[in-house]
Design a protein around this ligand. Structure first.
Ligand SMILES: Nc1nc2c(c(=O)[nH]1)N[C@H]1C(S)=C(S)[C@@H](COP(=O)(O)O)O[C@H]1N2
Ligand SMILES: [Mo]
Length: 199
């Protein structure tokens, strides 16, 4: 078995996944309509100084950007591979709006109340990105425009489309799918699909 860290032709997929080149649209509920003047990205909860921070659309687009590669593994067993994502690293947000030392997790909030919980270290990972583009092409509304989170080392439900906020937590709390039978951690390399697999 090769390492999933090694790029190239012999790329390994997590167990039970198959690679797909077509990018399907998959989400619960309607596609939100983007209203630039109403849009912001907020960081609140257990921040280091207890204050909420936010960036409006213009401010967010002035943040330093990065490009990372990362596969997208859906728990329904398709994997979208060979993606390059660009946007703002989640780590950049952690630096600009740091969590309190006692913060252990974060809830990522999207339009219409969709949410996913992560560990702070999942946000700090090298390839975790608030993506605006895939393959240099701006995301379409179906795929999360204007902003989606991509966490390549976890199942794709952990990456909300239409992200609006990051809430730092001092104790873990389950997000939308985690409350509905999916695994709290969702590591595809350990095939952590369902909550009944948690010990
Ligand atoms: N807001 C929101 N984000 C979401 C979802 C959702 O239902 N709502 N579904 C997740 C799941 S299960 C997957 S597989 C991916 C699908 O992303 P895509 O439609 O761009 O392929 O989005 C994730 N992000
Ligand atoms: Mo998914």
């Amino acid at each position: 078995m090769g390492s999933h860290e090694s790029p190239g032709e012999a790329e390994q997929l997590p167990p039970g996944q198959r690679a797909q080149t077509q990018w399907p649209v998959l989400h619960y509920g309607p596609v939100p309509r983007f209203k630039p003047e109403r849009w912001d990205l907020q960081v609140y909860g257990a921040t280091v100084d207890g204050t909420k921070q936010s960036w409006d659309y213009g401010e967010f687009h002035a943040l330093p950007t990065a490009e990372v590669s990362g596969d997208m593994h859906c728990v329904t067993k398709f994997s979208l591979v060979g993606n390059s994502w660009s946007g703002v690293l989640a780590r950049t947000i952690l630096e600009l709006a740091p969590p309190a030392p006692e913060a252990t997790h974060a809830m990522i909030w999207a339009e219409y109340g969709y949410s996913a919980n992560l560990r702070i270290e999942d946000l700090a990972a090298d390839a975790t990105i608030l993506a605006t583009h895939r393959g240099g092409v701006e995301l379409t509304p179906d795929h999360g425009f204007p902003l989606r989170l991509v966490v390549p080392h976890l199942y794709a439900w952990k990456g909300p489309k239409w992200v609006r906020a990051i809430e730092y937590l001092t104790a873990d709390r389950r997000g939308f799918w985690e409350e509905r039978g999916y695994h709290n951690t969702g590591d595809p390399w350990h095939e952590q699909r369902y909550s009944y697999q948690e010990d």
